[in-house]
Write a protein that binds this ligand. Structure first.
Ligand code: DNO
Length: 351
């Protein structure tokens, strides 16, 4: 595997120099955060960013994310021009040596949690998801701001967008995704840039909006509809693992054997017992022992099936007094990276 680390660009409080000092890290996963969604990422800006990363002794071979415009997800008549822009961005990224693009196809909202600083027993804090809090929210009625929400929408814009999604069900969203992929995947093949869709997080419908990359059935359907190894996934253990229906060890092995896992987001979550049986989980330290997911088993299944792709330690807690960007501080992700690195070494050496 190639160990990478997410970096939010020059304004990220975590510096490239710090990332470079984490053992095993060869590159960063980043993006051009200032370009509005839907516009072309120009080659000059991409090269500038890459050169900055390279100057720190790191690679920039994975982009997370090139966001997909809502008009594409909605399948409106504006989509073709926006897909053309996306294609130009893929071409430019390919010229700069980018190998994998992580993206998602979640309508309106990206990842959703109910708490940013859930306090754990050891005094650290982390992201958490409490179904009760989520059930009490209605974006149509309230002005809300939750982690992962695109705050660039005004209340009116958000209302209008949500209203447009009322006529988009799972099938329609899936068709729109296939339409998008059928246009871009031939270009990816030509430029040798792999697409790695990030699963929906959490992997179920929220606020009445459809979500389709939630588990094995959706992923199988997607691979069958656009049958190219350039149409792959980001195996995000914490996202898929939030649903107990997903057998991550099985999925890791199966999709690695198909050469469709282009990127691994490795993190652990811990389900807690609740008085009324509702779902509650918080993000735990990365090792298997401290959460509910079998991180070792997932890595073993990947290794056994030939995975050698890009990996990053996903969300960390705030530890040692750090007050990092939610999920993306330095210290706990660095511990995660060395844990993953060590487990991987052990698996490889005992094969
Ligand atoms: C959260 C991330 C997601 C991810 C996007 C990919 O921490 O995993 O925001 O970057 O869904 O498009």
């Amino acid at each position: 595997m190639k160990m990478t680390f997410r970096w939010y660009g020059p304004t990220d409080p975590v510096s490239l120099e710090s990332i470079r000092q984490i053992p095993g890290i060869t590159g960063v996963v980043t993006a051009l955060y200032t370009i509005p969604v839907g516009e072309v990422w120009d080659l000059d800006s991409i090269l500038k960013l890459r050169d900055m990363v390279n100057a720190a002794g790191l690679e920039m071979e994975v982009i997370e994310s090139v966001p997909v415009h809502e008009e594409i997800k909605l399948g409106s008549d504006k989509r073709d021009a926006l897909i053309d822009n996306y294609i130009q961005t893929i071409r430019n990224l390919g010229k700069a040596g980018v190998k994998v693009i992580c993206y998602n196809f979640m309508p309106v909202f990206d990842w959703v949690r109910s708490e940013l600083k859930y306090k754990t027993a050891d005094g650290s804090n982390c992201l958490a998801y409490d179904q009760r809090t989520i059930d009490g929210l209605n974006p149509k009625k309230q002005t809300l701001s939750l982690p992962g929400w695109d705050e660039s929408y005004t209340k009116e814009e958000l209302d209008a967008l949500l209203a447009r999604y009322e006529s988009v069900d799972e099938n329609k969203l899936f068709d729109n995704m296939v339409y998008f992929l059928k246009k871009i995947i031939p270009v990816c093949e030509e430029c040798d840039v792999k697409m790695a869709v990030h699963p929906d997080d959490p992997p179920w419908s929220l606020f009445g909006l459809p979500r389709i990359i939630t588990g094995e059935a959706g992923i199988d359907k997607l691979f069958a509809a656009v049958d190219s190894k350039y149409n792959g996934i980001t195996l995000c253990t914490g996202s898929l693992g939030a649903s107990r229906d997903n057998d991550l060890v099985k999925m890791a092995g199966k999709y690695a054997a198909m050469d469709r896992v282009h990127f691994l987001h490795a993190r652990n979550i811990k389900f807690e017992k609740t008085d009324d049986g509702r779902l509650f989980f918080n993000e735990s330290p990365h090792p298997t022992e401290f959460g509910s997911l079998d991180i070792y088993g997932i890595l073993k299944a990947l290794a056994d099936n030939g995975f050698e792709g890009y990996t990053r330690p996903d969300h960390g807690r705030n530890i040692w007094g750090e007050d990092g960007k939610p999920g993306y501080g330095l210290y706990d992700r660095a511990l995660g990276a060395t844990y993953l690195y060590g487990v991987w070494e052990g698996i490889k050496k005992t094969k």
